[in-house]
Design a protein around this ligand. Structure first.
Ligand code: ZN
Length: 178
């Protein structure tokens, strides 16, 4: 039953024999008979944000209310990025949530011009970059919106914004300030 269970498309027919008239239709016109293939599995680039999926669900809850935040250790005052479930210095799990500054400046950027991940093809070209937050010793990575990538520049002022990624989950990105 090898022919019935074949899942691969038949190999293209090679050039017709010389005796065949040139006007014969192309052999590739045969109707598709194999089962319709499922779409490729789409990777989910965004975290699952509910308490049963992550111990950092508070981070996403705060994004949902428009606040980009992170954890700070109340003992040694260290500020973490990304947010943590335990302090990397003293290992306490009793951490405070603090809002991060909304303003920052582009430290570096790049652009995705092609080869975007599945599901993001329609967004090409788009810019990503590192942003130094004003007044916090943190450098964050994220999408940069608001200008074409080739109009961005190092040191450009940006603002943090939170947004619904389309299915009720929220994430953050940066937008160039005018
Ligand atoms: Zn600590």
């Amino acid at each position: 039953m090898s022919s019935a269970s074949r899942s691969r498309r038949p190999a293209p027919t090679t050039a017709p024999p010389a005796a065949e008239p040139r006007s014969s239709p192309a052999p590739a016109a045969a109707p598709e008979t194999r089962p319709r293939e499922k779409r490729p599995f789409l990777l989910d680039f965004f975290p699952l944000d509910t308490p049963d999926q992550t111990r950092l669900s508070a981070f996403y809850d705060r994004l949902r209310t428009g606040h980009l935040s992170t954890t700070r250790c109340p003992k040694d005052r260290s500020l973490h990025w990304p947010p943590r479930t335990a302090c990397p210095d003293c290992h306490t799990e009793e951490l405070d949530w603090v809002d991060l500054p909304e303003l920052g400046k582009i430290y570096a950027f790049s652009a995705v011009l092609g080869g975007a991940p599945l599901g993001m093809e329609s967004e090409v070209p788009f810019a990503v970059g590192l942003v130094d937050l004003d007044g916090a010793p943190l450098r964050l990575f994220g999408r940069i919106e608001g200008r074409p990538w080739n109009e961005l520049r190092i040191g450009q002022a940006v603002r943090v914004e939170t947004y619904d990624i389309g299915d009720g989950r929220y994430f953050y990105r940066f937008r160039v300030r005018d």
